[in-house]
Design a binder for this molecule. Structure first.
Ligand SMILES: C[S@@+](CC[C@H](N)C(=O)[O-])C[C@H]1O[C@@H](n2cnc3c(N)ncnc32)[C@H](O)[C@@H]1O
Length: 240
């Protein structure tokens, strides 16, 4: 069965990516070697035009297709890939230190169900066919706390429109942040977006309860050390 797609969104040109930093400390030798040997095997290159075949990047047999945007050091992505060998996973990250870390974990644990995209995640979303994903994670995206920088946040009407296009009906978008203003920002965008329903739980302050099977990411641990003691965990389901 071939996956159908709607015409390419013309809002693509309106999206501008803002990254914190793309390179930090120099990679050590082992990481550099993995950039040369392992990354070419795992890296997703976008076709010049046309769409990417999800079977190629998630694996033809993948039971579910899971995407993580901004995986940082890859702690969450490698954990869910390890725990769910039947699923296919793609991680997007631009920071070379993070890419080096995940390569090291993938190599040392011989993880076989992760592919990597090393540019702006929006580029990958735009190249995917409609309804081709089961789940997308956006965990602790760069907060851009200054009011004048808020528009640099990954959550925007433009990115949500792309997420709504690529997540299948009944699939999920999971978001976590330690920044209350970003939580409010995301909810405000979602209230206006008729394609997603917030999965509310029937108990008090459920938004502070982590996703099932959760282990804190590196950034979450940093937030706790810095005194930000509560995070917000939202699950939005793609409406039919
Ligand atoms: C605050 S860090 C959080 C990392 C990780 N999710 C965690 O919880 O530890 C946000 C990460 O998102 C990455 N990032 C930001 N914008 C991105 C984009 N448009 N595409 C891919 N990665 C992006 C950054 O490089 C950074 O590593």
């Amino acid at each position: 069965m071939t996956e159908k797609s709607s015409p390419k969104p013309d809002h693509k040109k309106q999206h501008r990516a803002f990254f914190g930093r793309v390179s930090g400390k120099r990679l050590h030798r082992g990481q550099r070697e993995l950039f040369d040997s392992l990354l070419p095997e795992l890296r997703i290159d976008l076709p010049r035009d046309g769409q990417i075949d999800p079977k190629r990047i998630f694996g033809a047999q993948a039971k579910k297709r899971i995407l993580e945007i901004g995986y940082g050091g890859g702690e969450h992505l490698t954990r869910i890939a390890r725990e769910n060998p039947e699923n296919g996973h793609v991680g997007c990250e631009v920071f070379t230190g993070g890419i080096g870390k995940i390569l090291k974990t993938i190599a040392s644990e011989n993880i076989k169900n992760i592919s990597l995209f090393t540019s702006d995640a929006f580029g990958l979303l735009s190249a995917l066919p409609d309804a081709s994903l089961d789940m997308v994670y956006l965990l602790y995206p760069d907060p851009w706390p200054k009011l004048r920088h808020n528009k640099r946040r990954f959550v925007s009407n433009i990115t949500l429109a792309e997420l709504a296009r690529v997540i299948r009906a009944g699939g999920e978008f999971r978001f976590a942040t330690d920044i209350e203003d970003y939580a409010n920002w995301t909810l405000a965008h979602m209230v206006r977006n008729k394609n997603f329903c917030w999965q509310k739980q029937n108990y008090d302050k459920f938004w502070h309860i982590p996703f099932e099977g959760w282990a804190p990411t590196r950034y979450e641990l940093k937030a706790r050390r810095e005194g930000r003691l509560n995070s917000f965990y939202f699950t939005f389901r793609r409406c039919p």
